[in-house]
Design a protein around this ligand. Structure first.
Ligand SMILES: Cc1cc2nc3c(=O)[nH]c(=O)nc-3n(C[C@H](O)[C@H](O)[C@H](O)COP(=O)(O)OP(=O)(O)OC[C@H]3O[C@@H](n4cnc5c(N)ncnc54)[C@H](O)[C@@H]3O)c2cc1C
Length: 578
């Protein structure tokens, strides 16, 4: 009987597991790999039916499924093209997201095609809804189409979760139902994904968009260019927006009033990554040896040193004064009238677009923020698996992680130019800072109530964010089934739950009693909590966390294979076991 492994979820993370399994397959050890996803396999969140205006935030040359040159692959990898090679585009091109979906689908086919005869891939185009574990540890998975699948080992690569609605969501949805007959434009979208849901936003209505990051960029482009408007270059090289008439008026707001920073033009080769002198792995290990640390006190100064170093290497005399204090906890200084803040934002964008255009090895500020990208592994080492005190972990997740994301993981500079054009023509504006959503029953409208008392009334509210994975609030049947059986528990650092499954360093889920389950692993977003920044795709020639995580799964599989255990019948009748 060959061994078997089931991978639930075949997006980028599922591909990474498949790649490791194919790359390390042995002719003398038959293996069945069950692949379970409603499909299409490989594509995951990067659906191929998305419109062209939805771009990747990563350049094509920095994405690959194939791991040549990645140290975590230990020299064993399946050969294949990077996204740029596959699409035949320049390394610096920002491709439509649907192209990445097509590349992933092709990569899946290549991996299956590269599998030796000893490795058989069994495809199940449906969702997994339950998983039962027999006393000998073997799994029986229940699929939505009624099929049951037996497997020795189970991997969860399920990507972004979907939360059940919160009390605020339920109240907002009830408000919409109550008053929809009086205001046909009334709408509440808890999350903007899938973006097709934005069709509920009426033309000419007023919509409040909660969030000013990458998801807000998606919402704004869908409600403007996606509705037939056009951005045109005008005489001075600026963009002007020509409305189609189908747009709403959009007000964006966020807790801290901070918007995305445009991503710098990439000038770096793998050899140019920032080499730390303060925030290096030895320093992190020394600090961690003394117990959980405080991020603000112990790591922020090191990170600031690295950012300063990266800027100084380009121009020691350059003023990067606006970097000073950047990593301090925000004080709410972004408060003020919306028009003033909008003018300040447009001025910031204009300056930052120039910096972004200069590039990440030419502009000192962009070099400094790009160093943060290069230091993600060091930051991970500092914060993951209880590296911070519970209180500091909360501050890290709520303050630093979004801040680091804003400055180092923004969209292409084109988006900032487009936002300036939209601010200019009045289709886009800033909502009250840190607004609470309240209900005006009399007017049948939402009222955004800012921290300083500023208000803005609107017909629709859209949450511009991807749901975090919170096991106890997740909407997925498989998650609920695992929790109910104690086969997994939410990760907690002391009394703080940042999200994610509780896992050990090999990615093995801990059961309700805290014991690692030897043949159950999770990778990617379901581990965001014990892990940090799990959704960065692998770049050619660079060490990738995705590869390392997948390698850990393969090692855990091997460990499980060698562990002695008793045999036991499956707990579910097997009339349809595949
Ligand atoms: C809108 C958006 C844009 C992004 N853009 C970028 C970008 O430009 N660059 C970048 O590096 N990253 C980007 N990301 C981050 C993204 O998380 C990663 O690129 C990557 O796709 C994550 O891969 P994954 O396999 O973990 O998750 P996913 O791609 O979400 O795949 C998870 C898969 O699991 C399946 N699944 C879930 N539950 C079950 C179940 N119970 N049974 C069976 N199947 C199940 C789903 O159907 C899905 O196919 C973006 C994310 C989003 C949401």
């Amino acid at each position: 009987m060959p061994e078997s492994i089931a991978i639930v979820g075949m997006g980028a993370r599922g591909l990474s597991i498949l790649e490791r399994l194919v790359a390390t397959a042995r002719p003398d050890r038959p293996l069945v790999v069950h692949v379970i996803d409603p499909g299409p396999f490989g594509v995951g969140v990067h659906h191929e039916d998305q419109p062209d205006e939805l771009l990747l935030n990563t350049v094509a040359g920095q994405i690959t499924v194939f791991r040549r040159g990645d140290p975590a692959a230990h020299g064993t990898c399946v050969d294949g093209p990077s996204l740029a090679e596959w699409a035949g585009v320049e390394r610096d091109a920002y491709l439509p997201r649907r192209v990445l979906g097509a590349y992933f689908r092709d990569a899946y086919a290549r991996l299956v095609g590269a599998a030796p005869p000893s490795l058989r891939v069994a495809e199940h185009t449906t969702r997994a809804t339950d998983a039962r574990r027999a006393p000998d540890g073997s799994w029986t998975l229940v699929l939505a189409d009624g099929t049951r699948v037996s497997a020795d080992f189970l991997v969860l690569a399920t990507g972004h979760g979907t939360l059940v609605p919160s009390d605020v969501d339920v109240a907002a949805e009830a408000f919409v139902r109550r008053h929809r007959d009086r205001n046909r434009a009334l709408a509440y979208l808890r999350t903007c994904y899938p973006l097709a849901g934005l069709s509920a936003i009426a033309r000419g209505s007023r919509v409040g968009v909660r969030g000013m990051g990458l998801s807000a960029v998606d919402v704004v482009i869908e409600l403007t260019e996606g509705r037939g408007g056009r951005f045109e270059e005008v005489a001075d090289g600026e963009l002007a927006y020509r409305p189609s008439g189908a747009e709403p008026v959009i007000a964006v707001w966020s807790r801290h009033g901070r918007a995305f920073w445009p991503r710098a033009r990439n000038e770096k080769s793998p050899a140019d990554v920032h080499r730390p002198r303060a925030l290096h792995l030895d320093a992190v290990h020394r600090l961690r040896a003394e117990g959980p640390r405080d991020f603000t006190r112990d790591y922020v100064p090191l990170l600031q040193t690295e950012m300063r170093d990266a800027a100084d290497r380009i121009d020691p005399a350059a003023s990067i004064s606006h970097l000073a204090g950047l990593l301090e906890v925000p004080t709410g200084r972004e408060l003020g009238p919306a028009e003033d803040r909008a003018r300040a934002l447009a001025a910031f964008f204009a300056a930052d677009e120039r910096r972004a255009e200069a590039g990440n090895m030419t502009d000192p500020v962009k070099a400094a923020t790009d160093a943060v990208r290069d230091l993600r592994n060091e930051i991970r080492e500092a914060v993951e698996h209880g590296g911070l005190t519970p209180q500091s972990h909360r501050v890290f997740v709520e303050v630093y992680a979004p801040l680091l994301h804003v400055i180092s993981a923004g969209p292409p500079a084109l988006r900032a130019r487009q936002w300036r054009a939209l601010l200019d023509c009045g289709i886009l504006r800033l909502g009250p800072t840190a607004a609470a959503v309240t209900f005006d029953d009399e007017a049948a409208r939402f009222r955004l109530l800012g921290a300083d008392g500023e208000t803005w009334d609107c017909d629709a509210v859209v949450g511009a964010a991807v749901d975090p994975f919170l096991p106890e609030r997740d909407d997925d049947a498989l998650t609920r089934a695992l929790l109910a059986q104690g086969l997994g528990r939410p990760y907690r650092n002391g009394d703080y739950h940042p999200g994610g499954w509780d896992i050990d360093r090999r990615g093995r889920l801990r059961d309700a009693a805290g014991e690692p389950i030897g043949n159950l692993c999770a990778v990617g977003n379901p581990t965001e909590g014990p892990h940090y920044f799990t959704n960065m795709l692998p770049a050619p020639g660079l060490p990738s966390r995705i590869t390392a995580d997948a390698q850990h799964v393969v090692e855990a599989l091997e460990e499980w294979r060698l562990a002695p255990r008793a045999s036991s019948p499956s707990p579910i009748p097997e009339e349809t076991v595949v």
